[in-house]
Structures are given as C-alpha cells and as structure tokens.
Design a protein around this ligand. Structure first.
Ligand code: PLP
Length: 429
C-alpha cells in the first residue's frame, strides 16, 4: 500500500479498519481536555470500560455470599482461573492444559527456574540477551548465586550474554545460534525475552528453541512484551516454559497477575522438581487436606496459592476481549499501523532534516507493535514537549523514546497527528 502523510489518508485507513470500534471500549486519559495519543501500551495498557463490571461482580459476590462465593458465585472463585485456559491458549499458541495464571512475572520465572534450571558442576550455564530487562538480570544473578553455593560451579562463568555487534542495535540470530553451539554441553538453560523491551526486536523463538534443545538445554521465554502482541506457537515450537505479565499489551491493570506456559511433555515428569502448594494439588481431593502432594496434571499443577480473584477479574475482562477480536485480526492491524507510523516518522524526519533513527528492525518479521526511536541531537526536552501536548510515550536512557501503536486502541489518525506534533516540537526549538 502506498501511504500518504495526510489527515484524509489516515482517516480513510481508520474507516477501513475493522478494529476501529474498539477504541471506544477503552478509557483514555486527557491532556488539555483532549484524549491522549497513547503510545505506552507496552508498559501499561489502557483500562477497558468493561473491566469495572468484572471487578464489581466479584465485589458483589463477596458482599452477598462471603465465603460461599468460593463455590456458589456465578464464576466460582475456587476454579476461577480455569476460565483463562481456553482464551489464553489461543493467545500464546498452546493447549488449554499448558497455560495457567498465577503470581506475577518475575516470581513465576523464578518458580519455573526451580523446575527448569537444575545446574550440575558441568552443565550450569544460562544464555540470555545482553541488556535484558533489569528484573530478569537480577533474577539470573540471584539464581546463579543460589545454586552455585550448593553445586559449586564458578558463578562468574554461569551467565552467558548474547552481545550486539559493534555499531548494531539488534542481536543477530546467527550470533544466538553460534553461542548456543559454542556453550554446547555446558548449557543448562536458554531464557531470553521474546521481544526485547528496549528495541522492540522479536526473536526467532522457533529456531532458537530448537537450537537449545539440540545441545540438551531447556529453553524458556520471557514473553512480557510478546503476549497479546506477537504470533506465538509455544506448543508447536516445543518451548519448555514461558511466562508473561498481563498489564502491558493485555490491559489487565497495574502489577497484575502473570500467565505461564509449561509444555505438555513435562506435565507428568516427576523428575522435575517444583515448589508446591495446595492450589496445585489434585482438584477433586484438594479440600480433603491430605498430607501428600498429588499435582494436577497440567500447568495448573504449578499453582501454589489460592488466587487473587480481584486481580484476575480485570485479566479475565481482557482475555474475553482478545477472544472476541482474535489474534489474526489484531496482528493484521498491528502490521499496518506500525508500518504507517514508520512511514510518518520517515516523512517528518526528512522534513526536519534527519534528527532521529528508528532502532527497531525494519523487517516486519522481526518487530511487533513497538518502534524505538533514537533522538540524535534531540533530547529529553522533545519527550517532555510531546507529553505536554498529549502524546504519551516513554523515555529510556540515553536518548530513546519508545512508541507502541497498540492495535486495539490507537488509530491511523493518531499516527498522523503525532507526526504533526513531533514536527512542531522539533522545529519550534
Ligand atoms: C515488564 C517486564 C517485567 C516485569 O516483571 P514483573 O515481575 O511483572 O514486575 C519482567 N521482564 C520483562 C522482560 C519485562 O518487560
């Protein structure tokens, strides 16, 4: 499609967009009495209007039924989480038994590492990406420290980061594969962010998973920026495990619960250690309060505690909306609107005489909803100008703004308008 940087053209794309109507399903903050152009759905998704109904339902059941709500509310609390299996499995490409919801993301990754990072004195290394999200870096360091005390490997050697080449913004697949090969039979685990939070680069999860398995390692993915944003086929790719947060592209609200994937092939493997609690225990016998743990067959067998229903309610509102929209329609709009934003950025860049650079891969296969823009010559003041003028983006040191034109609630007109505001912000100085 030949794009044009005009209001008329942007409106034409909106008129043809089957997801356009979903904008009115969300609540937008306002700046100067006008709804904002929201580019930070990769950090915290907007609140869907329907969410309040889901939360009110739990509040009312609690008020009216109290403890009886566990079994007798319309959506009983004791198995409330099972309502996620079907819709979430479609979002991440899994069997319903392979997904569950619990805890928060970093906590889940730690718990999954209990099962999937069992280092020995000779096979103890973890491959991750350079400049991984800080929480993941702290998690790796603390896991390595914890295990090295008991197993006695050299903890300085345990973490192997895949580096970017000099002068390049993104990690090359061939470098990931070469590193996996090189570490070989010392490799215990590959655990990478499926979409890099800083650059928006999407990794080839299928190929990397196969390469990790070939040298005998487990392979897991942190899908914080991928769930609800990228086409995932976790089951078919034979991924061992994955976890994601729900408050970014999945619009479930600040700090909300995580989702987990554990491949079917591991469900009945009693060789895998896990940390247990009563919610992972055999459903039929859970309330018999027996002494010996008999795990649910499936990802639910990794549950520990009874679930925070007031947190799950907004998450359920979100997965219901995703089920309605479907990932295919979502991804189709994602590609078109991201391409349009890229086009608008290039247009403005040429009009203002080249001051910025998109560091996200230009290949649509290697990116999703996010464009990260390096502001050469411009600084934080431009970011602040955008915020004051109703464009919500985020700033990452040293000089990057991240823009996520989330397909559920951003419009092509937003992209055009953003371009005009950006241009004014640069020329006005
Ligand atoms: C957002 C994000 C997290 C956040 O973890 P929480 O435990 O939910 O605070 C972790 N890892 C990555 C890659 C993220 O993008």
């Amino acid at each position: 499609m030949k794009f044009q940087n005009t209001l008329e053209f942007a409106r034409q794309l909106d008129a043809q967009d089957p997801l356009n109507k979903y904008q009115s399903e969300f609540i937008f903050p306002k700046v100067n009495d006008k709804k904002v152009i929201y580019f930070t759905g990769n950090s915290l998704g907007l609140q869907p209007k329907r969410t309040k109904t889901y939360v009110d339902e739990v509040m009312n059941d609690w008020a009216n039924l109290a403890v009886e709500g566990h079994f007798y509310s319309d959506k009983p609390w004791w198995d409330y989480h099972e309502r996620f299996a079907e819709p979430l499995s479609k979002i991440v490409g899994a069997l319903p038994t392979e997904v569950t919801v619990m805890n928060t993301l970093t906590v889940n990754l730690h718990l999954l590492m209990v099962s999937f990072y069992q280092p020995t004195p000779t096979r103890y290394k973890i491959i991750c990406e350079e400049k991984a999200f800080p929480s993941d870096q702290y998690m790796f360091q603390s896991q390595v420290d914890f295990h090295s005390r008991a197993v006695g490997f050299d903890k300085q050697e345990a973490l192997v980061e895949i580096k970017r080449r000099e002068g390049e913004h993104n990690i090359r697949l061939e470098d990931v594969l070469a590193k996996i090969e090189e570490v070989g039979d010392e490799l215990a685990l590959v655990l990478i962010g499926g979409v890099n939070y800083y650059t928006g680069q999407v990794f080839d999860m299928k190929t990397i998973t196969a390469a990790g398995h070939k040298v005998g390692a487990f392979v897991g993915w942190d899908l914080a920026h991928a769930a609800g944003n990228v086409k995932l086929e976790l089951h078919d790719w034979n991924v061992d495990f994955a976890a994601w947060c729900s408050y970014k592209y999945m619009n479930s609200g600040p700090g909300n619960a995580s989702g987990c994937f554990i491949h079917e092939k591991h469900h009945n493997n009693s060789q895998l250690p896990r940390f247990a609690g009563w919610w992972g225990h055999n459903k039929e016998r859970r309330f018999k309060m027996e002494p010996n743990f008999d795990p649910v067959h499936g990802a639910d067998g990794w549950q520990i505690s009874n679930l925070p229903i007031l947190s799950l309610a907004p998450y359920l509102a979100s997965v219901d909306m995703f089920a309605e929209v479907g990932m295919d329609a979502l991804l189709e709009k994602r590609d078109l609107i991201t391409a349009y934003l890229e086009f608008v950025l290039h247009e403005i860049d040429s009009e203002v005489d080249s001051t910025f650079e998109i560091i996200t891969p230009s290949d649509p296969e290697e990116r999703a909803s996010q464009l990260s823009v390096f502001l050469h010559g411009e600084g934080r003041s431009l970011f602040e100008y955008l915020m004051k003028n109703g464009v919500i983006t985020d700033w990452r040191e040293p000089n990057v703004i991240r823009l996520a034109p989330v397909p559920l609630y951003t419009s092509f007109e937003d992209m055009f308008e953003f371009g005009q505001i950006l241009k004014k912000g640069i020329l006005g100085k």
